[in-house]
Design a protein around this ligand. Structure first.
Ligand code: NAD
Length: 494
């Protein structure tokens, strides 16, 4: 087995018990094999859980500033290796190099932010209703966390989960997406090289079998999942049966509003980046655009012109705007949605084709695609496509825009372009989403702010920011009675 074909359990790189492997290949050129990775099963998860359980005994007692030292060291290692990891990411996941650098940078930012928590992890001190009694809250670790991630942010998303879990004193069984195992290895190596004690983070490669084994394992007290709503529902129901803590970050159908007073150029730039950045494979991608009727024609015409000019290709090459999509299955899925859009009566303004022209024939390239003449009930306006496809619809006024934006099962990100402060404030208040941008695209998270969504996008948690700590710790209320006598709350009154 090639060296890349290793899980990381109890501080050792090792093969899976099944002996089976899967390949990771470059989505821009399928001839390019990145490596072989183990198809893990229940037995591997069991080993990882045992290692995490043994490591937990001490890790929970390591002072958080010492945990932070390791995380900070990992951030420096990631910074040193940023270019190498970014290039690997472009090769393995397909996003263009400057976006891959941003992905690694996000993990560095997260490590720095989380390391600061080592000297905070604040609780509260408060009053007691009884004399000579002290009350406070402290954060406690949960135990072993099962962390399951998607492929679209192959370093950033693992960092969003693993690092807050670690600073809170938990140990981890991590299963990265099967499309991006090499990137996950690089992230875990940075933690290993930073001196993380063995067993604190264990990584299991594989797909559904390994994922399900994590979700079902009785000793894993928390599952944090990012991925599709379809799988998220399964994860949540299994966790529900076992009364296991579960945090979910799932899909989006994010909308941008462009009002008649908007800076048109800015709104166009934002839409182009929001819809076609990362080939539309961001949970926050702009897949619906509502434009005031006064600007609609100009906006539509210009966005279509610019989408047609986007350069598709291998993201490692300078000058490429849009890379491939992740795999053949996803390529077919995107095209299937486009066909449904046409069948349901939407007008295809540009794109709509799988590209096989010279230089693209060995990869999974989909033309940036724009639909108009769309109706709210159309499939392409309701379901997450997760590809370079967006829809533009004219709106008459602000109230209609808000109504349309909210007409979705999802609620991750949203944006409005306007110079009217009243409208901006009303949009912040009335849009049902976890994130609202004013005069910016629907994409652009920063690690120190909570990230997540409402409705079917999530189940009430927020990653990143201080709120990530609420996912990965349990509150304990502590009472210290120094009266020397039995005092009864609610009963003894002075
Ligand atoms: P996916 O749901 O297919 O897979 C996600 C992860 O779950 C993978 O590691 C996969 O192996 C694992 N998995 C699959 N079946 C499983 C099962 N039955 N039990 C346990 N684990 C299982 O998603 P994907 O295709 O990797 O990612 C794309 C999706 O992720 C999109 O829907 C996107 O919107 C979403 N996403 C959401 C956010 C967010 O923060 N809201 C961020 C990025 C991506």
């Amino acid at each position: 087995m090639a060296k890349s074909a290793w899980n990381f359990i109890d501080g050792k790189w090792q093969t899976s018990s099944s002996g089976e492997i899967f390949e990771s290949r470059n989505p821009a050129d399928q001839r390019d094999v990145i490596g072989n990775y183990p198809e893990s099963n229940q037995a591997d998860v069991e080993k990882a859980v045992q290692a995490a359980e043994a490591a937990y005994t001490d890790w929970r007692l390591v002072p958080p500033p010492k945990r932070a030292d390791i995380i900070l060291k990992a951030s420096r290692i990631l910074l040193e290796r940023k270019e190498t990891i970014a290039r690997l990411m472009t090769r393995e996941m397909g996003k263009v190099l400057k976006e891959a650098r941003g992905d690694v940078q996000e993990a560095i930012d997260m490590a720095q932010y989380v390391a600061g928590e080592g000297r905070r992890l604040f609780g509260q001190t408060t009053t007691s209703e009884l004399r000579n009694k002290f009350a406070m809250t402290v954060r406690m670790p949960i135990g072993i966390c099962g962390l399951i991630t998607p492929w679209n942010f192959p370093v950033a998303i693992p960092s969003w989960k693993i690092l807050p879990a670690l600073i809170c004193g938990n140990t981890v069984v991590f299963k990265p997406a099967e499309d991006t195992p090499a990137c996950a290895v690089e992230f875990v190596k940075a933690l290993e090289d930073a001196g993380l004690p063995r067993g604190v983070v264990n990584m299991i490669h594989g797909g559904v079998i390994a994922g399900e084994a994590i979700v079902h394992h009785p000793k894993i007290r928390l599952v944090s999942f990012t991925g599709s709503s379809e799988v998220g529902r399964k994860v949540a129901s299994q966790c529900g049966k076992n009364l296991k803590r579960c945090s979910l970050e799932m899909g989006g159908k994010n909308a941008q509003i462009v009002m008649e007073d908007a800076d048109l150029e800015l709104a166009l730039e934002g839409a182009l980046w929001g819809a076609f950045g990362t080939s539309g494979q961001r949970c926050t991608a702009t897949s619906r655009i509502y434009v005031h009727q006064k600007l609609y024609d100009r906006f539509r015409r210009t966005l279509v012109e610019r989408a047609k000019k986007l350069v598709l290709g291998n993201g490692i090459k300078a000058g490429v705007d849009v890379g491939p999509v992740i795999n053949g299955e996803q390529l077919k899925r995107i095209h299937h949605y486009v066909e449904i859009g046409v069948r349901e009566g939407a007008k295809l303004e540009c794109g709509g084709r799988i590209l096989k022209s010279k230089g693209l024939e060995r990869g999974f390239f989909y033309e940036p695609t724009i639909f108009t003449q769309v109706k709210p009930e159309m499939t392409i306006m309701r379901e997450e496509i997760f590809g370079p496809v967006t829809c533009i619809m004219p709106i008459k006024n602000f109230d209609q825009a808000i109504q349309e934006v909210n007409r979705t099962d999802y609620g991750l990100s949203s944006s409005i372009y306007t110079h009217d402060i009243d409208r901006a404030m009303k949009a912040i208040r009335d849009i049902e989403a976890g994130i609202t941008y004013i005069n910016g695209p629907t994409i652009g998270a920063e690690v120190h702010l909570p990230f997540g969504g409402v409705k079917c996008t999530g189940n009430g948690h927020r990653e990143a920011g201080e709120t990530a700590l609420d996912i990965f710790s349990e509150w304990k209320s502590v009472f210290i009675d120094y009266s020397g006598k039995l005092q009864k709350a609610q009963i003894d009154a002075d």
